[in-house]
Design a protein around this ligand. Structure first.
Ligand SMILES: *Cc1c(COP(=O)(O)O)cnc(C)c1O
Length: 228
């Protein structure tokens, strides 16, 4: 398993580097989040032994269990999924980056817990670029107000935006949606406060991470391509 993971990581990293160079950047500009939600803790350990250092989970309970059972390893845990307010505390105990602030009530819950822990929680804002009803996230025209709110919440450090491409679309639709997220970021790039600086774009999964990088992704979340 570990050998297979090594080979898969090498291939994904090579594709990341090629896509980054097509967008005038290098692989150092793109963080690979290896999504481990499909496998158990021991298999996750093999992924780390194979060379993954930043891991993504979408369920607080699993993130907590794995972080505890793999605490001997040096892992950056990212919460990539949607979060319920009552799971914020246990998630913040382990996650170094929250990818999907998708509504004001969650923003407030994270801010409150961050303040209680006397820390500044690194977060991204999820934007619903496809406009699909089933998708989470702020609508494009709500982003400015969400950023304004967060500026007043110093226990959150807003580092960028995140999106999921629509389920219905093809690669061209995904590219348009990634470009839209980049444009929304660019429109707010001049907002630089103590706790807001939109440097990062978390976009792209196994099926479309190369397109996402061509459109400016700085963080890609890749799962299934690592388990083939
Ligand atoms: C599962 C998941 C991914 C990874 O998807 P793959 O298609 O398996 O690469 C990325 N982002 C989020 C939010 C996920 O839940």
């Amino acid at each position: 398993m570990e050998e297979k993971f090594k080979a898969n990581l090498a291939e994904v990293r090579q594709r990341i580097a090629a896509a980054a160079s097509r967008s005038g950047r290098t692989d150092a500009d793109v963080t690979l989040v290896a999504v481990t939600k499909y496998v158990d803790a021991e298999t996750t350990r093999q992924m780390v032994n194979a060379g993954a250092d930043t891991l993504g989970e979408n369920r607080p309970q699993v993130l907590e269990e794995k972080a505890n059972s793999l605490s001997d390893l040096d892992i950056q845990w990212h919460m990539i999924g949607n979060l319920q307010r009552n799971k914020v505390k246990r998630t913040l105990a382990h996650a170094t980056l929250i990818h999907a602030l998708d509504r004001d009530s969650l923003v407030d819950a994270v801010a409150k817990e961050g303040a209680a822990q006397d820390r500044r929680v690194r977060c991204l804002l999820e934007v619903n670029v496809s406009g699909e009803e089933s998708k989470h996230g702020y609508a494009a025209n709500e982003v400015a107000a969400a950023i304004e709110r967060i500026i007043a919440l110093p226990s959150i450090r807003l580092e960028g935006l995140m999106c999921m491409a629509g389920l219905a679309g093809d690669a061209d639709d995904a590219r348009r949606e990634f470009a839209m997220l980049r444009e929304i970021r660019d429109a707010h790039a001049n907002v630089r406060t103590d706790n807001v600086d939109l440097r990062d774009l978390s976009m792209g999964m196994s099926g479309d991470y190369e397109v996402a990088i061509e459109e400016g992704a700085t963080i890609v979340r890749v799962g299934s391509a690592l388990y083939r």
